[in-house]
Design a protein around this ligand. Structure first.
Ligand code: KIV
Length: 269
């Protein structure tokens, strides 16, 4: 059982796939929540560029910067004693020029202390993947719905429903494995295709909106805790309704202050 490991590594994830043990992954962007996620025994913490939406309130993941990602990643790394910490390379920090991709990855590893990086795309970014790997930095791929390409897709709908796109996705997944990625994420694609890719690949495949027949699952922490409520894709299961709970707690506090019930006689010096 993976809870026995002192630190989850990329080798541990491979062992888990080989032993048919599901891999758990959640996002975190700050010290306090990452500490809870790590303590709960989640195998992988992803410092996702979804921080752009969740933490900064941007409409897309495009505006977040490398410096922003390093700030979030450093906070998470300080909290994670057991989980493997993977950091998204943000938009503009790896496409086009593989030297830039390597520089960005080295900054993430050096300045945050994270354990691996994640990039969106297949054959188009393979030079970047290869160059990052030459520095001994583990790379996770990301195929299917790739939110950094939202202006190309025009919509956040399910990807690879048509044969041509499904074929390219399968080819890209093999290219990423061949290049040396230790794992890939498949986002919002038909469950049947995700199963096919998972069976074809030797490396672990982590799904989000990709059905149950993958090697592990990832969700955005704030979504599964119900802190966000405007985002309701079919694949999302909310385990709490923290928006409501926090709202009630804050209203109770405000009422106590207004009614002069907080602080009471014991809550003072
Ligand atoms: O940025 C992110 O949170 C992600 C996950 C949705 C996989 O890439």
């Amino acid at each position: 059982m993976s809870l026995d490991y002192k630190r989850v590594t990329t080798n541990v994830l491979q062992e888990m796939k080989n032993n048919n043990e599901k891999i758990t992954m959640l996002t975190s962007y700050d010290y306090t929540l990452a500490k809870i996620v790590d303590n709960a025994g989640i195998d992988v913490i992803l410092v996702g560029d979804s921080a752009s939406n969740v933490m900064a309130g941007h409409e897309t993941t495009l505006p977040i910067t490398l410096d922003n990602m390093i700030y979030h990643a450093s906070s998470v790394v300080r909290a994670a004693k057991r989980s493997l910490v993977i950091v998204d390379l943000p938009f503009g920090s790896y496409q086009g020029d593989s030297r830039v991709a390597l520089e960005s990855s080295i900054r993430i590893m050096k300045e945050s202390g994270a354990h691996a990086v994640k990039l969106e795309g297949g054959s188009e970014i393979i030079e970047s993947v290869q160059r990052i790997l030459t520095a001994g930095i583990p790379v996770m791929g990301h195929l299917g719905l790739t939110p950094q390409s939202i202006y190309k897709f025009g919509t956040y709908t399910v990807r690879a429903k048509e044969n041509a796109e499904a074929k390219k996705l399968l080819e890209d997944s093999l290219i990423l494995e061949e290049a040396g990625c230790f794992s890939i994420v498949l986002e919002k694609i038909p469950a049947k295709l995700a199963k096919k890719v998972t069976n074809k690949l030797n490396i672990p495949v982590i799904g989000i909106g990709a059905g149950v027949d993958v090697d592990g699952q990832v969700l955005v922490l704030h979504d599964m805790l119900g802190m966000t409520h405007e985002f309701n894709p079919r694949f999302l299961r909310r385990y709490l309704n923290l928006f409501e709970e926090i709202n009630t707690a804050i209203q109770n506090y405000a009422k106590d202050v207004k009614d002069k019930k907080f602080p009471n006689k014991d809550e003072k010096y």
